[in-house]
Every structure is written in C-alpha cells, then in structure tokens.
Design a protein around this ligand. Structure first.
Ligand SMILES: [Zn+2]
Length: 46
C-alpha cells in the first residue's frame, strides 16, 4: 500500500499503426507504462 517508485521492467516492444516504435513496460505492482518513439527522430539518449 502507499506510494512507491514504480520499477519499470521492459515488457515488450512493438510498432503502432502509425509506424512509431512503442515500448511497453510494467511494474510488479501492476502498473503499466507505454512510451512511443518517433523513428525519424531516432532513439532518445538519456
Ligand atoms: Zn509500481
């Protein structure tokens, strides 16, 4: 219970209908996350 820092575990990669890359990840608490990338912009570097 309570808030915690989600641990994003990479779950799957896919491509949307628009041709964007989509990265799906999820935390063990059940929260899910998705992040899309614009292929023409390249992958973001953090
Ligand atoms: Zn969580």
């Amino acid at each position: 219970m309570g808030e915690h820092v989600h641990v994003r575990v990479n779950h799957s990669l896919g491509v949307t209908e628009d041709g964007e890359l989509i990265e799906m990840s999820r935390c063990r608490c059940g929260a899910t996350f998705s992040r899309t990338y614009q292929p023409q912009e390249g992958l973001p570097e953090e």
